[in-house]
Design a protein around this ligand. Structure first.
Ligand SMILES: Cc1cc2nc3c(=O)[nH]c(=O)nc-3n(C[C@H](O)[C@H](O)[C@H](O)COP(=O)(O)OP(=O)(O)OC[C@H]3O[C@@H](n4cnc5c(N)ncnc54)[C@H](O)[C@@H]3O)c2cc1C
Length: 548
């Protein structure tokens, strides 16, 4: 089957994009790696930021300013302004699609405070905002005739000269390679925090696959060193204790019962304050007891029920032990308002770097980013598909993918690739985590290089072609290692501390680095990092070439 627009990703960005790209002439398909209902978007809990009155310029400017402040001079004002200005329209659209935001006594959409924001601007559906939005968008997409293609693992982009010509996927149900020709492609594959396996709120299959796909297609990644650690993961399982818990008045206390940080400070500051207490041997807890049972049940129903049913903890009477965990990735594929360097290829959501978050993201701004830029990507792709014809497919890339899958099936292995994935997560959290230094980054780089070599020798133990999870695991591990190199090299180059990137050997911010790094993979394992002057789309200075 041939489509005018192919969207990869069934999170909020991909769904918004697909809905906008569809009209009577345009055939649109939406590809997901697994089940359409499974995404980080559907796990988002706390809410989405918006100034609801578009004429309230004071509030709008404050939203823009809070976002710029959090970005620590790496934010793009044009993109941030666009995002904040579109917010009220996006909320109206979501309501129209059936999202029932919580309302106050007067019937207005209720808004709660979130960290780093000067006013209450986070709209929510209890603590299930992401799943409420995702379900409404899935229904809308289905009703307008978008084709869902689940269980398709995207391996590479097909392109012809400087234009996209389609997508190459692995059908997970039978391990066959499929080529989907398309006039325009939208990538919305989510972030890469899942590579911190065992130390992340993300599902373990969030391995930055589509960022690796873009690297292989010759595109640049930007700001890869900026990984957001959420201060409040449940200590035992990494389950996210939503920021709404602090927004609604929850305290963070240590094992001496003392509050030691402003709970509504930005996430980087709160996470570092917690880590320092942990290094001193203290345990850290979230304390909601003073809110009372009714307030907790009304405002944080999922959290209350999960704690009670799964962890046997009544949050109106007991504390919950927490720890910071990898949660969100500010880095992504360099784009200019969703447009990539490949014609007809648009990128949105967490995997894109439009520079709306810079060095740190405000809670509630990523659902906003995903909806706003998802919509824009859809509009751009629709227009592109109307003005352009299909480009030829370069079958060399397809043949390479077929050979790669054959190779993984054919040989025998003694290596336990799941153990490798776990040890990669541990290495990244300990050495490329909340606090980094030159030595820790060198150790991490050497280890990742070693694992990357091993990853190309791995084979499936089971030779079953139908639903072979080992095959996906190996492919995800390879992508995760490719992305890990990009993170570490970028973190090594940023010899300062800014936003979510904290170097204990360079604890201060430096004006020399008021710019982003772009990283490109010239060939497998050979990266090139360049400075990017803010808002200027060209390499200024080639400062580093990594040799294997
Ligand atoms: C637990 C949790 C709570 C959060 N709470 C909030 C919140 O309250 N407010 C907020 O603003 N943000 C929140 N976030 C962040 C926010 O949810 C995400 O940034 C946002 O949902 C990303 O949306 P997305 O559409 O870009 O990608 P995702 O929702 O991550 O979807 C990615 C899609 O890409 C597909 N995909 C990936 N790789 C491949 C491949 N190789 N082939 C085919 N398909 C592929 C996946 O199947 C999936 O469908 C939270 C995140 C988490 C993890």
């Amino acid at each position: 089957m041939i489509y005018d627009v192919i969207v990869v990703g069934g999170g909020i960005a991909g769904l918004m994009a697909a809905i906008e790209a569809k009209d009577e002439q345009n055939k649109v398909a939406l590809i997901t790696k697994g089940n359409i209902f499974k995404s980080n978007s559907s796990m988002a809990s706390g809410g989405i930021n918006a100034v609801l009155d578009p004429n309230d310029t004071k509030e709008l400017n404050e939203h823009i300013q809070d976002t710029l402040n959090s970005a620590k001079k790496l934010g793009n004002k044009k993109a941030i302004t666009y995002m904040c200005k579109q917010a009220s329209h996006i909320i109206e659209k979501l309501v129209d699609y059936g999202v029932s935001f919580d309302r106050d006594e007067e019937g207005n959409i209720a808004q709660r405070p979130f960290g780093g924001g000067k006013s209450n601007r986070t709209c929510y559906v209890g603590d299930k905002t992401g799943s409420a939005i995702t379900m409404a968008l899935i229904k809308k997409a289905k009703s307008i005739g978008i084709t869902f293609l689940p269980n398709n693992f995207v391996l590479n982009i097909a392109k012809y000269q400087d234009k996209v010509s389609g997508i190459i996927t692995l059908n997970k149900e039978n391990s066959q390679i499929i080529v989907y020709p398309s006039k325009a492609v939208i990538l919305a594959g989510g972030g890469y925090a899942g590579i911190y396996r065992g130390y992340s709120t993300n599902a373990p299959d969030y391995t930055g696959d589509l960022l690796a796909v873009c690297l292989r297609a010759g595109l640049c990644l930007k700001d890869m060193e900026f990984i957001q650690f959420h201060p409040t993961g449940f200590a035992k399982t990494n389950y996210l204790i939503t920021e709404a818990a602090r927004g609604e008045g929850g305290y963070i206390i240590n094992s001496e019962g003392k509050r030691f940080v402003n709970e509504l400070d930005t996430r980087d500051n709160v996470a570092r304050a917690i880590l320092k207490e942990e290094i001193e041997g203290k345990k850290i807890f979230i304390d909601l007891r003073h809110l009372g049972v009714e307030e907790i049940k009304t405002k944080l129903p999922s959290l209350y029920n999960t704690a009670l049913i799964q962890w046997d903890t009544d949050l109106s009477e007991e504390l919950l032990e927490i720890k910071p965990v990898a949660h969100y990735t500010m880095g992504g594929v360099e784009v200019n308002m969703t447009k990539s360097e490949i014609k007809g290829l648009f990128i949105c959501g967490e995997m894109a770097s439009n520079s709306v978050h810079g060095a740190n993201r405000l809670g509630g701004n990523s659902l906003l980013e995903s909806t706003v830029f998802g919509e824009l990507a859809g509009l751009n792709a629709k227009e592109y598909a109307k003005q352009n014809e299909y480009s030829p497919i370069d079958y060399n890339v397809v043949v390479n993918d077929i050979n790669m899958i054959d190779f993984i099936f054919k040989g025998e292995t003694t290596k336990n690739f799941n153990a490798i994935r776990v040890s990669l997560g541990k290495c990244l959290f300990e050495k490329v985590g909340i606090i980094r230094n030159e030595q820790s980054l060198i150790h991490a780089f050497d280890y990742v290089k070693y694992l990357r070599q091993i990853s190309y020798t791995l084979h499936c133990i089971s030779k079953e072609k139908n639903n072979n999870v080992e095959l996906s695991s190996i492919l995800e591990l390879r992508n995760a290692l490719e992305i890990s190199e990009a993170i570490i090299l970028s973190a090594q180059k940023r010899v300062e501390s800014r936003g979510a990137h904290f170097r204990e050997d360079y604890p201060d911010i430096s004006s020399t680095f008021d710019r982003s790094f772009l990283i490109k993979e010239l060939k497998k394992g050979f990266f090139k990092i360049s400075f990017k002057e803010n808002d200027i789309l060209k390499f200024i200075k080639n400062i580093f070439i990594n040799k294997d």
